[in-house]
Design a protein around this ligand. Structure first.
Ligand SMILES: *[C@@H]1O[C@H](CO)[C@@H](O)[C@H](O)[C@H]1NC(C)=O
Ligand SMILES: *[C@@H]1O[C@H](CO)[C@@H](O)[C@H](O)[C@H]1NC(C)=O
Length: 302
């Protein structure tokens, strides 16, 4: 009895790790944390589009955008509008304000700034004289956003007094990154920034606003029609679109670990066909045996 138990225990401990390594680490996943990951995004090398790979990764179930200035959590992706939102941890929000390092995007990457509204904080006053290449950068018609944001008590995190004068805040609209692709806070003489995705119907309550930097992504010429069509077929067959080095050609990564150049069910159809042939030959051989037995019985009878 004890032997049986130890044998079963041995079997479980031998197979359990293999089950779970494969269950947790398929080549390409369709989610990262709570975010649906679809083409052109991918959860690792060989997944999604090769143009997105070095910039978007999924270590430890956190989807990140990597640029020369840092790694930023991706909090949402809209595949229908080709947009995403990142929340840089060093960005100020109503609940937490701090000095921020520059944030930037890589020129070679498929990302560009989207429509969120940047506020530059703790700037050298007056911000009305803040210029880039000789043009004023602050949108004074939206300065009420500064007034509202400066009611957040966490402004003291920026070494500002409570209810600071709003001439140290600038609604940077439209926001532009410099020739290095960065929001250069030191050149603008500001300490921090925030970025507002949506006022959520509470234009005067910064506690309710949705903070984040919205970005747009572009499909390259390569990704157009041809790959997109292949990828739709692959995703519909239960696969994940990926690429195969060194040529980075399109592949469809199937759930059971096989890769296809077309789609996953392509294999399924072949496989099904084989099974049918086997089935029919099996039943015909049964027929022959029955006929044989019947013939034998008839011979014996005679
Ligand atoms: C399938 O593709 C994925 C992603 O490119 C790769 O990691 C994996 O090794 C490939 N598997 C096979 C069997 O080629
Ligand atoms: C994966 O599934 C396909 C059918 O979709 C099948 O042809 C292939 O043999 C399977 N491979 C493994 C390793 O199970």
């Amino acid at each position: 009895m004890a032997n049986h138990f130890s044998f079963i225990f041995f079997l479980i401990s031998f197979f359990a790790p293999w089950c779970c390594i494969f269950a947790i680490n398929p080549a390409c996943r369709t989610t990262c944390g709570s975010i649906d990951v679809k083409y052109p995004f991918g959860t690792g090398y060989g997944c999604g589009s090769p143009r997105f790979y070095p910039y978007v990764t999924c270590p430890k179930d956190h989807l990140l955008l990597n640029t020369h200035t840092g790694s930023y959590p991706i909090t949402s992706i809209s595949y229908t509008t080709s947009a995403l939102t990142i929340t840089p941890p060093s960005m100020s929000t109503c609940s937490s304000m701090q000095q921020s390092p520059n944030i930037g995007l890589d020129w070679a990457s498929p990302f560009e700034l989207g429509p969120s509204t940047f506020l530059l904080l703790s700037c050298t006053p007056p911000t009305s004289s803040l210029t880039v290449k000789g043009s004023p950068v602050c949108d004074t018609s939206s300065s009420h956003l500064c007034d509202s944001f400066y009611t957040c008590p966490s402004v003291i995190g920026l070494s500002l007094p409570l209810f600071p004068p709003s001439n140290t805040c600038c609604v940077y609209s439209p926001a532009n990154f410099n020739s290095k692709g960065e929001l250069d806070l030191r050149v603008l003489k500001c300490g921090g920034y925030t970025s507002i995705v949506s006022l959520e119907d509470f234009p005067t309550d910064p506690n309710q606003w949705q903070y984040g930097v919205s970005l747009k992504y572009t499909h390259g010429a390569f990704d157009n029609y041809y790959i997109d069509n292949k990828c739709n077929a692959c995703e519909e067959s239960g696969g994940v679109c990926g690429f195969s080095p060194p040529s980075d050609a399109f592949i469809c990564v199937c759930k059971n670990g096989t890769n296809s150049t077309i789609q996953c069910s392509y294999f399924n159809i072949d496989y099904q066909g084989d099974e049918d042939m086997f089935g029919s030959s099996a039943s015909s051989s049964t027929w022959t045996s029955w006929l044989g037995i019947l013939g034998g019985m008839m011979l014996l009878y005679m």
